[in-house]
Design a protein around this ligand. Sequence first.
Ligand code: AMP
Ligand code: GLY
Length: 427
Amino acid sequence: MKNVLVVGGGGREHAIIMKLAESPSVGKIYCTPGNGGIAKYAQCFDVGATDIDGVVALAERLSPDMVVVAPDDPLVMGMADALEAKGFMVFGPKANAAMIEGSKVFSKELMKKYNIPTAFYEVFTDSESAVKFLKKQNSYPAVIKADGLALGKGVIIAQNEEEAVKAVHEMIDELKFGKSSSRIVIEEFLTGPEVSVLSFTDGKTIVPMISSMDHKRALDGDKGLNTGGMGTLSPNPYYTEDVAKECMEKIFLPTVNAMNAEGRTFEGCLYFGLMLTPNGAKVIEYNCRFGDPETQVVLPMLNGDLYEIFEAVCRHRLSGSDIKWHKGSCACVVMASGGYPESYPKGLEINGLNEKGQLDECTVYHAGTKLNGDKFLTNGGRVLGVTARGEDLAAALKNAYNGVEKISFEGAHYRKDIGQRALKALG
Ligand code: AMP
Ligand code: GLY
């Protein structure tokens, strides 16, 4: 039996762990730091996900057969490199490949150099030139992005000059995101449906997973602030076979080849954030890891052994894998703390879950929970991802919302319209 250590502690990690637990070859699963719901499926430790020395020491103590590093920060900081240097088999890219998410400037330059379709852009390191450019361009909305990681908050869609100039000053002069925003990208505003495609790649072969759709805004009708994601569904109805073929030819393979040509072979899960513009599919962003909450709808659709796939990636034999997906759809509705994505309370009791932190009819991925005796308490902005499959999207949504209605905590907030746009697209 193979023992696995998973680094991270959100809904994505819970989904990875529950899928790994299905594998006949997986024995013990460890997680650090984990959360209340994960603790029912894996032995949790209190080493932080960005504590590289701490995670290496934990791995040396536990001697797992594989370490899965799920979040962006530790990957960009070189956790996979540090673990591999100690001889561990690691699912997750090395730092030089994680740069594809760690620096927007790097990823934009990569796409330009290798003709991978993306929005036009300019890079700035001083606010004066950036403001001059905005005034000359005088085209809104303008898209302003911090170069480095910014907890998913580094993108501003400015509706007018005032908002744009403010964003530039906050990022470059006031270092709103620290060093991450000392360099910025100003890029063309694109329009069209968004699609998330996660993929497995060992640097030679790339296998896209089933597509998905995120819902980033906090409120119904895509209103309110940007969040980490309030709900997802899979497959994404806009992602037709023709679009998939176009993306493979013009985006996926060229990206894997470009990373190899740069000496930055990407091994792990490469995430493509795409926009289907009137001029074809374009890359909005790359992530060097599984998306959250996309993973919560993609992995339940996987009809296969996740451990075997991870191992095939690590051993560079992905070309021999036959990866299959279930028919039907999957939907995830995020239940968040009142006030999220701004300030919110923690420590509120969650009602309606069984002793495993689950529901009989749905899978509940815990994002921000902790255990207090046998009670689950809220412990983050996004608290739970209530997830269900169905024979089609409408059925999956119905099942997920039925689950949501059984769960309560004070101030709980969730979107009532997850999947509505997708249902319209299906006609
Ligand atoms: P990101 O954090 O890079 O995923 O960006 C957050 C969101 O901003 C994306 O999901 C898009 O909805 C939007 N966005 C980013 N770049 C652009 C762009 N060039 N044009 C239009 N919308 C964009
Ligand atoms: N859901 C988008 C992300 O994981 O960045």
